[in-house]
Design a protein around this ligand. Structure first.
Ligand code: SAM
Length: 192
């Protein structure tokens, strides 16, 4: 997947133009503080959300066009947005975060890259920190559908973080973007 090409062409079907209602509901209900990373932030809606909830947030995306567009969309947080690869983060991002906010970064990755995603979280989230995820659950592809998002089941999520993390919250949210009802799971994992 050429992510930058998708942004250059404006083919960003995943972008809802607003922060995740599930993430918003979680942050409204739980006072989370500290440095937060939003990997695969795209147009940075969740970075704005995080800053609005008192987090010292950084948005990271591999696609330079996504970051350029996000900076234009949200100039007030432009300095918080960086181009980079979660799988090989810059030294200043390593071990630097109390919180990682996951929203449709993992689900955009082919299954073969999920171990790299997990490694990227390990490299950036400090021990004791929280991985707060709105995990897109996509049990089956429709005929002819290729992904992203790729097939992903709750047991896949459990297996991906089986060692080194403990589940501290886990539920099917009662809010959603239109069309994603029942396809998301809020799971918070604490890095041991
Ligand atoms: C499905 S999009 C979701 C974007 C955003 N989270 C949203 O909800 O609109 C996945 C994003 O992950 C980014 N991405 C993919 N691989 C990445 C990597 N290795 N490091 C950082 N960002 C990555 C893509 O450029 C893309 O913006």
């Amino acid at each position: 997947m050429d992510w930058d090409e998708a942004y250059r062409k404006g083919e960003v079907f995943w972008d809802k133009g607003a922060p995740s209602p599930v993430m918003k509901q979680y942050l409204d209900r739980h006072p989370v503080r500290g440095r937060a990373l939003v990997p695969g932030c795209g147009h940075a809606h969740e970075v704005v959300l995080a800053v609005g909830h008192g987090l010292d947030a950084t948005g990271l995306d591999i696609a330079p066009t996504a970051i350029a567009e996000a900076r234009a969309l949200y100039p007030a947080i432009a300095g918080r947005l960086v181009v980079g690869d979660l799988f090989n983060p810059a030294p200043e991002l390593r071990g630097a975060f109390d919180v990682v906010l996951e929203h449709t970064c993992m689900s955009g990755l082919p299954p073969a890259l999920r171990a790299s995603y997990r490694h990227g979280i390990d490299l950036t989230l400090r021990h004791g920190g929280l991985l707060i995820g709105v995990w897109y659950i996509n049990p089956n592809l429709a005929p002819g559908e290729e992904g992203p998002p790729f097939p992903f089941h709750v047991p896949d999520l459990t297996a991906l973080f089986a060692d080194g993390y403990e589940i501290v919250a886990d539920y099917v949210p009662d809010v959603a973007f239109k069309g994603r009802e029942g396809r998301e799971r809020l799971r918070v994992l604490r890095r041991k």
